[in-house]
Design a protein around this ligand. Structure first.
Ligand code: PGA
Length: 238
């Protein structure tokens, strides 16, 4: 049985003070014990989360990292540096980074290997563009991205795949629960049973229940609706 996983992706939002207020509010909730809640925050908020979340069940992580352990990579962050800040998770290969920071299937694979080596849980993002969906290439694209991301990886270690169709991210146009389930079942066939597969793309409190009942959907990766404590609270207590 895979534990439901609810992940906030704050992207480039929240000051340290805002992060503190947010998690203090979230911690007043009594979360059902059968689920995992994770906040993926900007690097600058991670030490705040380390302080605020040192007790309690909420985990946190980063939104990217470099594949190298250390060295001359100006502006980058490594797995050991994230571990020092108490991170347990790291998002890898988000479509915004593939688009804006030239991340490729090759660099995503290197990062996944490094994360696993350091026992950070990678949340590996895959998903098709609108043109690819309209050309009926969705299954082929996600198969290609998942296979490339996981090449030479130890799949007995904890790992998460996030199916995030690019056309659904930040658009308010979420995939239907059926579309998401169909893509998840393609991914499920390529992975081992304990790997969690979560959906991302315009998730809101209104559609979380329909998403979570799908057999191959183990959770959600939430951008916009994770910025307001009221919305994220509803999502995590679905
Ligand atoms: P969204 O973002 O919920 O704002 O669509 C999701 C994501 O990019 O992870």
């Amino acid at each position: 049985m895979r534990t439901p996983l609810l992940v906030a992706n704050w992207k480039m939002n929240k000051t340290m003070a805002e992060a503190r207020v947010f998690v203090q509010q979230l911690q007043t909730l009594t979360l059902p014990a059968d689920r995992t809640v994770v906040i993926c925050a900007p690097f600058t908020c991670l030490s705040t989360l380390q302080t605020e979340l040192s007790v309690g069940p909420i985990a946190y992580g980063a939104q990217t990292m470099h594949w190298a352990e250390r060295g001359a990579f100006t502006g980058e962050i490594s797995a050991p540096l994230l571990l020092e800040l108490g991170c347990r998770y790291v998002i890898i290969g988000h479509s915004e980074r593939r688009r804006d920071c030239n991340e490729t299937d090759v660099t995503v694979n290197k990062k996944v290997q490094t994360a696993l080596h350091y026992s950070l849980i990678p949340i590996v993002c895959v998903g098709e563009s609108l043109q690819q969906r309209q050309a009926n290439a969705t299954d082929q694209i996600i198969r290609q991205q998942v296979t490339a991301a996981l090449a030479n990886c130890d799949l007995t270690k904890p790992l998460v795949i996030a199916y995030e169709p690019i056309w659904a991210i930040g658009t308010g146009l979420a995939a239907t629960a059926q579309q998401a389930q169909a893509a998840h079942s393609v991914i499920r066939q390529l992975t081992t049973p304990q790997i969690q597969i979560i959906y991302g793309g315009s998730v809101t409190p209104a559609d979380i229940a329909a998403v979570m009942v799908q057999p191959d959907i183990d959770g959600v990766l939430v951008g916009g609706a994770s910025l307001l404590p009221a919305d994220f609270t509803k999502i995590v207590s679905y």
